[in-house]
Design a protein around this ligand. Sequence first.
Ligand code: FPP
Length: 234
Amino acid sequence: MDGNGRWAKERGQDRVYGHYEGVLSVREIVDACGDLGIGYLTLYAFSTENWNRPKTEVDALMELLVSTIKREIIDLDKNDVRVHLIGDLDSLPPACRDEMDEARRVTADNKGLNLIIALSYSARREIVEAAKKLATAAAQGQLNPADINERLFEDSLETAGFPDPELMIRTSGEHRISNFLLYQLAYAELYFTPVHWPDFRKKHLYEALLNYQGRERRFGKISEQIQSNSGTHA
Ligand code: FPP
């Protein structure tokens, strides 16, 4: 969800104003994904690197996250959305952590859209933590290192149990991954749009999805193999 700061600056406003407007886009995109029957939506709301921003902006963002979740939780629940969190949640201010935990608890039985909020998230940290977990199990004799495979590694990531993303959308004209789901994005289709996040609405999501539908996902195979198999896979 990039471009909030630039969007605000272009309007002569403080960067935080862009984050407030960005919440309206979050609302609309979550609604649209639910309506479309999309199973999983991950929002990169705050990276570990974002802690290095000016304290006033970080504080405002944390307050915004708390007030947004507090306000939206009833509607999210009504819409059968299940909230999940990934990231270094211990580093969050207690008020933010508590509110997020509450959202997780309230929506735990919902069966619609899985909304994964990446908060204080770093893909490198996640991968290192997974390696540490497996190494500890091996050192304690609970795991044979020879048995470590992709499946086991994936089960040690914070996204264990979630499917790999099929499409990654980055707004605001930057062509980078910025430490987001580095392992999980191995075969994702990447979509970049110049639209700043506060302007990114349903219409832009549909454009991204249409673009995705026009792509051929070969997963290392050749085009003819994919075409001859089409119709045989759900
Ligand atoms: C990136 O734009 C955006 C963020 C760091 C914050 C995004 C968070 C929200 C919109 C609130 C989300 C709320 C929920 C409940 C998930 P930027 O500040 O890096 O923009 P810039 O690149 O133009 O400076």
